[in-house]
Design a protein around this ligand. Structure first.
Ligand SMILES: *Cc1c(COP(=O)(O)O)cnc(C)c1O
Length: 472
């Protein structure tokens, strides 16, 4: 008797189990509606064993870099490690809810969304939050549309959005796509907003100023209250780009600084794996006066019942249903688990880690004191060469050559997720790469799967099959 028979007891039962498992059986009509020349009888799938397949994908993943392999200190991007308990919560079978179910039958889902709206509103100092936008950039676009709808409702004809030169490229794009003329505001000598330049830029055409604080080189805009006054006196709104919220969590709130509308990058701040174009979320918070313009549907609670409704002057939909639900579940789980003290701890560590790392670098950091990120300069060396060389030392380099007003910038954000050892290793790699010969820099990276590639071409024309690797 073989093992299978022993397990199933008798031969008949074994046979019947096997026949139930007949995988060749199909439930659909045999006659295909497709033209005969487009159909085939056999599909040439590779015959691979499970170990072979598993090893193939593991090997591929090892050729790449990820936060699972080590720190990923890309300034501005906040590539932090996100705890896996949030994945477990999102993978709970009860979280798999079809978006077309009636609100009465998914009260728990709506309650969670409502609670997350509330958490984010409290964290940002806002009055209402929509969870719909699927990314930070989509949040900007939504927020600027809300600002536009507000101005239109006041019969204000305003055509300009002011964006500091140091802002993320998406700020310029969002304002332009919403139909505004973009007015670029040069940075002051100290890397902050130059108040005189701002006074000169605002006018009755100003719809909004978009700002992040701390800004792109990690500097806190100390004059934020005055900045808000200048913009508000001109009749404009103040937009907060929330990508740098990690520096402020639990300590300061954009709403208290005078911001009227903001987005949150949940994949930077509230636990969602980041990158690869995967689903993210960019909720938008607004002050009370802007709440009637929020996207529809929005979740509200009345006497313990949760419902979806269309805000009175809604700008309409910016994404299907209520947004990327499972991403929002992770954000909720993260905030709920960390609580007030955990969020405050995250911002403390984000700022401490950046300052601890910077302290060990033998490099100039023109703008100081900074918060959760800093822009070091590679001086007379090419920042991209130094970055490639860092790969040979087994660490991922920072963002290079941005922002442009820092020469050969290496914009570095270690994030709150890293421990002291990881920061020491990063610092050692920076310092070694900075002192290596030009010839070593030019030949780097030499220890990675792919060497110097044409980065623009690789992004625009990716070849993603195993054949591409074979040919190279
Ligand atoms: C990442 C980032 C954005 C855009 O956010 P996405 O979620 O990537 O669309 C906007 N502003 C700043 C400062 C950023 O770092």
């Amino acid at each position: 008797m073989n093992h299978d028979q022993a397990r199933y007891g008798d031969d008949d039962r074994y046979e019947s189990l096997l026949s139930e498992k007949d995988t060749t059986r199909v439930d659909v009509d045999e006659a295909s509606p497709l033209p005969a020349e487009l159909t085939r009888d056999e599909l040439e799938l590779p015959g691979l064993s499970e170990p072979k397949l598993s090893r193939h994908y593991t090997r591929l993943s090892q050729m790449n870099w990820s936060v699972e392999s080590g720190p990923y200190p890309l300034g501005s991007c906040t590539m932090k490690y996100n705890p896996s308990f949030t994945e477990a919560v999102a993978a709970d079978p009860n979280a798999a809810v079809h978006p077309d179910r009636s609100p009465e039958s998914v009260q728990g889902t709506l309650e969670l969304l409502h609670a997350l709206q509330d958490y984010l509103a409290r964290i940002g100092g806002m009055d209402a939050v929509t969870l719909q936008p699927p990314a930070g950039a989509a949040g900007e676009f939504t927020g600027i549309h809300i600002a536009k709808a507000y101005h239109e409702s006041q019969n204000h004809d305003r055509s300009e959005v002011i964006v500091p030169a140091s802002a993320h490229g998406t700020n310029f794009a969002s304002a332009a796509m919403a139909g505004y003329d973009v007015v670029e505001l040069p940075s002051g000598d100290d890397g902050r907003v130059d108040l005189d330049a701002l006074r000169a830029a605002v006018s009755e055409d100003t719809a909004a100023l978009m700002l992040t604080n701390p800004n792109t080189v990690g500097l806190f805009e100390r004059d934020i209250v005055e900045i808000a006054e200048i913009v508000h006196e001109a009749g404009g709104l103040l937009y907060y780009d929330g990508a740098n919220l990690n520096a402020l969590l639990g300590r300061a709130r954009p709403g208290d600084m005078g911001f009227d509308v903001m987005h949150y990058n949940v994949h930077k701040t509230f636990a969602t794996p980041h990158g690869g174009g995967g689903p993210g979320a960019g909720p938008v918070g607004v002050r009370e006066e802007l709440a009637p313009f929020l996207p529809s549907p929005h979740v509200r609670e009345t006497d313990g019942e949760y419902e979806l409704y269309d805000p009175e002057q809604t700008i309409g939909k910016v994404h299907g249903y209520e947004g990327n639900w499972l991403v929002l579940v992770k954000a909720y789980a993260y905030i709920a688990r960390l609580g007030d003290s955990g969020l405050e701890d995250a911002s403390a560590k984000a700022v401490l880690n950046a300052n601890y790392l910077a302290e060990q670098l033998e490099m100039e950091i023109p703008y100081d004191p900074f918060h959760h990120e800093f822009a070091a300069t590679a001086g007379d060396r090419d920042a991209a060469d130094v970055a490639k060389r860092m790969l040979d030392y087994g660490v991922h380099p920072p963002t290079t050559k941005w922002p442009e007003f820092v020469p050969e910038a290496m914009l570095t954000e270690p994030t709150e997720a890293e421990d002291r050892q990881a920061l020491d290793d990063l610092a050692a790699a920076f310092n070694a790469a900075m002192t290596d010969d030009e010839s070593e820099l030019a030949a780097s990276p030499s220890k990675t799967t792919a060497r110097r590639i044409d980065q623009a071409d690789a992004a625009r024309n990716p070849r993603l099959s195993w054949q591409a690797l074979d040919e190279s």
